[in-house]
Design a binder for this molecule. Sequence first.
Ligand code: BG6
Length: 486
Amino acid sequence: MAHKGFPEGFYWGAATAANQCEGAWDVDGKSPSIADCLVKGGVNEARRITLDIDEGKYLYPSHQATDFYHHYKEDIRLLADMGLKMFRMSINCTRIFPTGDEDEPNEAGLAFYENVFRELKKYGIEPLVTLCHNDMPLAFTREFNGFKDRRTIDYFVRFAEVVFMRYKEYVRYWLPFNEINCTMRPTGNWHHAGILNPGTTTFRNQVDDPQARFQALHHLFVASARMVKLGRSICPDFHFGSMIAYGTVYPGTCNPEDVLLAQREDKIKNHFCGDVLVFGKYPYYAKQYFDDLGIEIEMTDEDLKDLREGTVDFFTFSYYNSNCLGSTTTGEIVHGNYVDGVKNPYLEYTPWGWGIDPIGLRYTLNNVYDRYQLPIIITENGLGTVDEPIRNEDGSVTVEDDYRINYLSQHIAQMKRAIVEDGVDLIGYTAWSAIDMISLSTGEYKKRYGFIFVDVDDEGNGSMKRYPKKSFGWYKHVIETNGEEL
Ligand code: BG6
């Protein structure tokens, strides 16, 4: 049946990731994760990766982040005030099995997330849980280069089993790995596969070994499928989704060469991983792609069986910007979320160079739904920019973030059109981000996305007090009117 607007029960939500908000990086038994050795960078300064953590010398933003670990009750109460229906968060595995060698999981880590889930339940907020949002024990990289090694599959399956058993009364919606398709690019080596090749010093320019990277991606697929199978056997009520970083790509010109190039980029960078997760097998174009790169993936019959049996039942993706690509295209190169492209003259850009393209979201929703025909949740979308806090006489802070309201309302309007005019089965939206956090790509505090301002500056100094921004009241109204009034 065609909808007139957002369907009833639409999951209006917002998202976070453990290593960007929790802080408390070495508290209650947690071990260092691969996120904890990333130094703060900036728009023109790539984040350094230091295997040895030297806090005297560098600022590692994840160590403190915005201290959700000690503020979760207050933060969740505020999100409940905003009327949130769904909260996307991740569990940091280094709180549960800190090194992977433990016989028993770390009770303090398990108790923390149980408290978070209890708090969400108190307010009737549905959790959507990412099992791995760019975290794994740093020891894995040191010892065997993370997902390059099969042992990492077993670690994550064991971690998932403990988590499923413990939280099955609280959580129904799960995402095995955040933005798994970032491993299609060299930048995915570190964050997504835990691989550090000799010579890599920064997150942006990593030394790449495609053979190792794609073997790691295969292990990520197998781990994902085994987690899905296991989860379903533990609780038939569980739902599992993909999580794809959608780098929407347009041809730079109408030159057929450019059109072909953009189509190929879309297939390889955006669809390849979704195809494996949804259809349970490598796509037909994978063989040629691997042959061209001279890659041979080691895979067992059991791996292939698990891929077939552990497919996802809903589709999620992040969307921030689009990019233009072309063999004959020239112009200023701009960066987006993990992708570079030629500047699009029809778009405006954020101070970080990300092209603002609400219609691109409708295009992407159609593209994804045409291919997979599964219910969709947009698990990340938002505007990262500088907020200027206005300090009031009573010491409180106000942020007039009309630019964020503008960004979000334009994107939500296109979501509505995709539902109403195009028939896309969109069931939820978890905007990035629920509350201010540190940026993943630059590690800055000042690149803010949240509905709630956290009083902390770019050097990590401040009261850490929380203040609703203007967008908070605006989003509350959007939720109350089920997206009718933007
Ligand atoms: C997504 C990540 O790719 O982009 C998030 O899943 C990240 O973790 C978000 O924060 C926005 O990127 P950034 O670099 O501006 O924080």
